[in-house]
Design a binder for this molecule. Structure first.
Ligand SMILES: NC(=O)c1ccc[n+]([C@@H]2O[C@H](COP(=O)([O-])OP(=O)(O)OC[C@H]3O[C@@H](n4cnc5c(N)ncnc54)[C@H](OP(=O)(O)O)[C@@H]3O)[C@@H](O)[C@H]2O)c1
Length: 256
């Protein structure tokens, strides 16, 4: 276990599975005390906490639906009581469903925007007093995807929400950067997780996406690859990276 993030307190939303899970484990390995947020899958969240604690780290669980304002407020009341301050916020939880636009209802639209975009704003607003109580570098990272600026099949609602997240992130950097907080987005390429397993022929798409990477043969983009770069974005090595979207896809998207 390295101690680069020793003494830091980090909240990761949607940390029971996928990229959030890998991130919680990565930050805890580096010495951070982590809060594992989940919405329904308590068993999976407990597994993450157990893995961290078994490796000598510190983890707490917090159930909260990030699309609900009262849940977000309650989550920060718990954190305020347990920790008092916060150094790192990872806005990772997302939903939206994959469907063609003609099948999308206003309810689907609201669900994607509430869970992905509105939650990011609510999380930052609620976290701000605790972030401002911390000293040293404080970091906020939100997850984005290629759908923010490219067109992907059945991805309109999530893609639009990711574009909004990236814009919010830049405006947060403008508004809160001078207070000593870094805001950046991590744009991940296709990773096999529970959410992407719902995409038709995703294994083939993942294989093709990996084959298009510009980093030599044999690498497969994994949640841990994304978590490693999130670790960099919350470490002091990235203090001068502000308001940016950092792509982690092995250069795959550079090809036409
Ligand atoms: N996978 C990819 O290829 C990929 C690519 C680019 C970007 N991303 C982004 O990376 C992030 C993580 O994606 P993933 O594929 O790792 O997802 P995932 O494996 O499906 O996990 C989703 C996580 O979010 C939680 N969650 C869902 N709705 C929530 C809500 N309303 N409140 C609180 N937690 C909620 C889930 O909790 P429960 O377990 O309790 O349900 C779970 O921990 C997302 O922002 C996604 O858009 C993913």
């Amino acid at each position: 276990m390295s101690n680069e993030l020793s003494g830091k307190k980090a909240l990761i939303t949607g940390a029971s599975r996928g990229i959030g899970r890998a991130t919680a484990i990565r930050l805890a390995k580096s010495g951070a005390e982590v809060a594992i947020n989940f919405v329904s899958n308590e068993t999976a969240a407990r597994d993450v906490a157990s893995e961290i604690i078994a490796a000598g780290g510190k983890a707490i669980l917090i159930k909260a639906d990030v699309s609900e304002e009262t849940d977000v407020q309650q989550m920060f009341s718990v954190l305020q009581e347990r920790w008092g301050n916060l150094d790192i916020l990872i806005s990772n939880a997302a939903s939206g469903g994959f469907r063609p636009l003609m099948a999308a209802t206003p309810r689907n639209f609201d669900a994607a925007m509430h869970t992905n975009v509105r939650a990011f704003m609510l999380l930052v607003q609620s976290a701000m007093p605790m972030l401002l109580k911390s000293t040293g570098n404080r970091k906020v990272v939100a997850l984005s995807s290629h759908g923010s600026h490219r067109a992907l099949n059945d991805y309109a609602l999530i893609g639009a929400s990711k574009a909004a997240i990236e814009s919010l992130c830049r405006h947060m950097a403008l508004e809160f950067g001078p207070k000593g907080i870094n805001f950046n987005c991590l744009l991940a390429g296709l990773v096999l997780t529970d959410s992407t397993r719902g995409i038709t022929d995703v294994e083939l798409a993942h294989h093709e996406s990996n084959a298009r990477m510009l980093i030599g043969e044999g690498r497969v983009l994994q949640p841990t690859d994304v978590a490693d770069v999130i670790h960099f974005l919350v470490s002091s090595s990235s203090d001068l990276i502000q308001g940016q979207v950092i792509t982690v896809d092995g250069g795959m998207s550079l090809r036409l």
